[in-house]
Every structure is written in C-alpha cells, then in structure tokens.
Design a protein around this ligand. Sequence first.
Ligand code: F6P
Length: 323
Amino acid sequence: MKRIGVLTSGGDAPGMNACVRAVVRTALYHGLEVYGIMRGYSGLIKGEIVRLDTTAVANVVQRGGTILKSARSQKFMTREGREEAYNQLVHHGIEGLVAIGGNGTFTGAELFEREFGIPTVGAPGTIDNDLFGTDYTIGYDTAVNTALEAIDKIRDTADSHDRAFFIEVMGRDSGYIAIPCAIGSGAEIALVPEQVQSIDSIIETLQRARGRQKSSLIVIVAEGEEEGNATHIATQVKDAIPELDARVTVIGHIQRGGAPSAADRLLASQIGIAAVEGLINGMRSVMAGIVDRKLVYTPFHDCITRKKPLNHSFVRMIDILST
Ligand code: F6P
C-alpha cells in the first residue's frame, strides 16, 4: 500500500483533529502518501480530495471540530453513490482508508469494503461513546466535561430560585453522556434509554427529594430517552406537582465543540497511529479501540450491531448519592 485517504464523517467530535494529525504523521513516518477527503463520504463522492503533508496538520492537535469537515451522506448509503466514491479513489490511486466517525460511518465503510474491496480501518470519533469495541470514543471525555460545566452553572441559578431543572444532554441512543453528568453534578435522577423509568417513579423520586427540603433539583435527560424529551417529561411532572417551579434547558451542540481534553488528545493520537498501522498490516473493516487499556481491533460488524452495555452500577450510584 502506497497511498491512503483519511476522512471524518457523522457528528464532529473534539479530538478528531488530533486523530487526523496522528493518521497523517504515521502514514508519512511509514513512507505512505496521505490524502485528506473533505466532508466525509459526500466529499469522497465529489472528489474533494487533497494531498496532506506534515505541515497541513500542524497546530491542529488542540483544535475542536474537524479540519477535514464532516457530513452525513445519504448518497453513500446507495450503491450508485458508493460506486462514484470508488471511482474517485481509483482516480486518485488511494488504496486504503481511515474513517473517523461513529456507527453510520462504519456501516458505510463495511458495505464499501464488501462491494469494492477498499480496506478501511475505523477510528471511533463520536461524543456519544456508544460504540462497541472501545471503552471510550474520541470526543466523549471533552463533551462530558463541557456538559458538566454548563450543569454546574445551572445548579447555581436553580439553587438561588429553589427550582427544578430538567436538563437534556446529547446521546442519540445512549446514556453515556447523561450518567457521568448526573453523578458529577449531584443530580437527583438520570433518565437514559438503557434503563427506562416510569413517569410515576420519576415523580416519586422528586417528591422524596422535596420532602428532604432540597432547595434545587436536577434531572438529567439523555436525548434518546424513551419517555420523551426533557420538555415532555417536565410537563408531565409539572402536571403531577403543580407547585414545582420547573425549567428546561437543552444543552445542545455546545457539547460537540471546544478544545479536546488531554484524555481525548491522547486517545485520538493512539487510535490514529493504530488505524494506519492496522491498514499497513492488512487489516480491513475493523475499528481500532482501547479496551481495558489495551489496543484492540473489532470488526465493524460487531461495532455496529452489538450494544455497548451501560454500567448499571453507575445508575445505582445516582440513587445512593442523591439520598
Ligand atoms: O452522534 C453525535 C450527536 O451529537 C448525537 O448525540 C446527536 O443526537 C446527533 O449527533 C445530532 O446530530 P446533528 O448535529 O446532525 O443534528
């Protein structure tokens, strides 16, 4: 293999730049040429492909977002789109890919490899931390810290006004962001898709907390929570406890931005090196991840289809600590 490409796809995540940098420098270190593919699979289909040298990734390790830009490509989900992408790779002489992204990114890469034989090694880049095959994903640590900082600020005003806040954090199908935010902010409850709680039990927990004269109440809601979003839950609780002075805050995309934490820079760098070395060693359709502090490569199929279990002892901790 002489020439590889690198792309970022799906929701951006802090640390993606550190990973791109590691990919480029590792490729150059091993004597490979490396091309940056702009805007994920969309840019690949359109041929937005640029040669990257070592200076192209200077001064990016600390920057949030992605210098390669990102997109969610519907066209790549079609056979016709993948064929156009393949033709672009052939045209540029690119023989292997490093794809930095999440579930959707790897679903596309797996199909692409099966149909056109282009080997891809994935790097887990998503704030959601919902990928099987790695303990942590690139961007997760930063996102949790960003959310927690916002929640601490909300706590100040909640406490001053004796209010309850229903705070929605990201995590499309998972409570991985919600749980550490709840533990770290001293929230009363975390509502996560992995462990559904009835409205009645939410109301009961809040009533108990009020009985203990708590001046502020915090409920963290993962956006993928099955009972509905934070506004929907707050409305139902308000109906049952009309005297509750409640507000809703959706933290939103602020969780995706900002400089990556030290942990994310380190993880992104390790994974970037592992992805390129995996490609050189003939790996394909696998994601590089860290499990129990060890580097592992997990088939895309498992990353996509197997659910990373939430640590339920964390859910219990919230109960104990909000006593
Ligand atoms: O996958 C990361 C994520 O931030 C999810 O937590 C969220 O559901 C989704 O992306 C939002 O995507 P978009 O920015 O396309 O609205």
